[in-house]
Write a protein that binds this ligand. Structure first.
Ligand SMILES: Cc1cc2nc3c(=O)[nH]c(=O)nc-3n(C[C@H](O)[C@H](O)[C@H](O)COP(=O)(O)O)c2cc1C
Length: 225
């Protein structure tokens, strides 16, 4: 079983968020997973140019480190997303990775995978859930399952990080349990089903140049649903 952790803070080893990610990965490892941490802030991942190549040919036209990350994500059973709160959002590094991923969304390529989200903030105690929700929503939009999240704000006091580190380790273990038992999240599945029933009209409207997406949807039988 493989778990990939995505680290997206440019603060590298000094990162608060990395402490949570390390702990969650340690929990996953204790439960038997092979783990790998990918620091996307060190990689070269350019902005999406909306060229439509992924929709048409099933491959991104930009040649950079995204391909490597995509391969790792597609090969994982579990993904741990982590980002500090930057302007009540994820970092630009993580957002850029998300933007490069329409193929994953359009073809629901995270089907059967499980995700956990981690965040840290400065004063934004009330923004923790919002940022976690951005990462969890991405996971669900890609056809995967989001098991939950852990976060804290520095304004909660110096002991908040310790509690979040402990909780992250527990959730790393929980991620492995969810993978092992192929846990169902009916509310997330309903969202995905509702999305497919809406999005088929977008696929059909673009059938002339979204060849790869269209063939994939036909193969899956989603255009008939
Ligand atoms: C560019 C930037 C934007 C930030 N925006 C917010 C914010 O909107 N709300 C907040 O509570 N903290 C904000 N912070 C503080 C970080 O979220 C906080 O220090 C976090 O723990 C940093 O994580 P890291 O050490 O993993 O990089 C911001 C920090 C930076 C550098």
């Amino acid at each position: 079983m493989k778990v990939v952790g995505i680290h997206s803070s440019p603060r590298r080893k000094n990162s608060n968020t990395l402490k949570l990610l390390d702990s969650a990965l340690a929990g996953a490892k204790e439960s038997g997973a092979d783990i790998e941490l990918i620091d996307i802030a060190k990689l070269k991942i350019k902005y999406c140019t909306a060229c439509d190549s992924c929709h048409d040919k099933g491959v991104c036209s930009i040649k950079d480190d995204y391909q490597l990350v995509l391969e790792k994500l597609l090969g994982a059973d579990g993904i741990i997303w982590s980002s500090p709160n930057y302007m009540t959002n994820v970092t630009a590094q993580l957002k850029t990775l998300f933007d490069r991923s329409p193929l994953i969304v359009h073809e629901q390529l995270f089907d059967g995978k499980y995700g956990l989200s981690l965040t840290t903030a400065g004063s934004g105690i009330d923004e923790v859930d919002f940022v976690l929700n951005i990462m969890n929503t991405f996971m669900i939009s890609c056809g995967g399952n989001a098991i939950g999240g852990v976060g804290y704000a520095m304004a909660q006091g110096p002991s908040a990080i310790d509690a979040a580190i402990v909780k992250s380790q527990e959730m790393g273990k929980e991620l492995i349990e969810a993978i092992k038992e192929k846990r169902h999240y009916p509310e997330q599945e309903a969202r995905q089903e509702a999305w497919r029933s809406r999005f088929k009209y977008v696929v059909l409207a673009n059938r002339d140049h979204w060849t790869h997406n269209c063939d994939y949807w036909m193969e899956k039988g989603w255009l008939k649903e």
